[in-house]
Design a protein around this ligand. Structure first.
Ligand code: IMP
Ligand code: MG
Length: 378
């Protein structure tokens, strides 16, 4: 649940580009280079430190006869009339008359790369091409002809796969984005809606964007049982006898999970509370920890849409016990037992409604939910 978040020194970062995506893009760019430099012997100049992992992966996909050198840009203050003079350190190959490919981890403002090009030109290579793993187009301040770019990213600060925060964080396979301080005190969210309304799907999207914790009561229960914990054994005994888990046991299990999660990132409660008694108990459990219920998001979806989704899901997942009659029954239970909590949320001043009918597509729903979360956390 939480390995999507890492800590580097004093900051938290959430996974944003997984290794397989990075490697696929590196491969794509390498084959462009293989194609463009056929019959030539380019020299790769990898700019240290950040590009060491990218360069290693890239070079292993390049099948041209080539050389690589690792360089660094050093600046010396106050010599001569130009003020700052920059020199390339470690350029121990003669690039005169040869095609050069500069390998960078990231082009941000582009100032580093501009200096690199300027200095490199004095060594008279036959051509200079830029190859960067990442580009932040929103930060670029200079005009650069970037011939090879694996991925463009937003302006956020990232670490991993060679990139660092204050020297640390270079040694991960995936790339991670800084979780802003503002997002480190996220309000809790209770995601609410009938079966098939998309609670799991939207929870995943929220987790991915905000790095929030996600508690699904179903998953939590199954985990406790699988791990054979004390509460897990009690729960299993009840389930095996066909009995429901009583509210106080459910709250006990939730409290244990809640306390094990990193603080400050907020929790999405998915599948809980299902009754007003559970809502009251949750409120008390959080109050004992000095925490707030946060916001409730009610996903309103028309019943015919839900029915169609659930029947399709039953077909795909081969759930034989999901048919029109049993699904209708679940809707009935939802209306009679669960839906009354909406009034309770309203009374608590925490109810927010997002309607499928207003924007009947998944991306637009996710966007509305993000806007709501941003507004509530502003
Ligand atoms: P530029 O001169 O602004 O293009 O900055 C380039 C250098 O800044 C890169 O080589 C990195 O060392 C560093 N940098 C820029 N953005 C990031 C980031 O998001 N994470 C880590 N380092 C970065
Ligand atoms: Mg760098």
């Amino acid at each position: 649940m939480n390995n999507n978040i890492i800590e580097v020194k004093d900051k938290k970062f959430a996974i944003s580009i997984p290794e397989n995506k990075i490697l696929a893009e590196v491969k794509r760019v390498a084959s462009q280079i293989n194609h463009d430099f056929q019959g030539q012997h380019p020299i790769f100049l990898a700019v240290l430190n950040g590009s060491f992992i990218f360069a290693a992966d890239l070079l292993r996909e390049v099948d041209l006869p080539c050389e690589i050198s690792f360089v660094r840009l050093a600046s010396y203050e106050g010599m001569g009339t130009t003020g700052e003079i920059r020199e390339i350190m470690g350029l121990n190959v003669d690039v005169t008359g040869r095609p050069v490919i500069v390998v960078e981890d990231i082009v941000d403002t582009g100032l580093t790369m501009a200096h690199m090009l300027e200095t490199l030109k004095r060594h008279n290579p036959s051509s200079i091409s830029i190859c960067t793993l990442l580009l932040k187009p929103g930060k670029l301040q200079v005009n650069l002809d970037i011939r090879y770019c694996c991925m463009q990213i937003p302006n956020d600060f990232i670490v991993g796969y060679g990139l660092d925060y204050d020297g640390f964080g270079r040694n991960t396979r995936d790339i991670y984005t800084l979780v802003e301080d503002k997002q480190r005190n996220m309000k809790n969210i209770i995601i609410f809606g009938a079966p098939g309304s998309g609670k799991g799907t939207y929870s995943d999207a929220i987790v991915e964007k905000y790095g929030m914790n996600h508690i699904s009561t179903g998953d939590t229960l199954r985990n406790e049982i699988k791990n054979g914990t004390e509460v897990g054994r009690v729960a299993k005994g009840l389930i095996d006898k066909g009995q429901l888990i009583p509210d106080d046991l459910m709250i006990q299990i939730l409290a244990k999970t809640y306390d094990s999660l990193p603080q400050g990132r907020g929790v999405i409660f998915d599948g809980f509370p299902r009754t007003i008694a559970q809502a009251e108990a949750l409120k008390q459990m959080l109050a004992e920890r000095g925490h707030d219920m946060g916001i409730a998001i009610d996903l309103v979806v028309e019943e015919d849409v839900l029915m169609e989704r659930l029947l399709r899901r039953a077909q795909i997942e081969g759930r034989a016990d999901d048919n029109e009659a049993t699904i209708k029954q679940r809707f009935e239970v939802y209306h009679s037992k669960t839906e009354p909590i909406l009034k309770w949320f309203e009374k608590e001043g925490m109810l927010n409604v997002v309607r499928w009918a207003d924007t009947p597509n998944k991306e637009a729903m996710i966007e509305s939910i993000f806007q709501l979360i941003d507004a509530k956390n502003a």
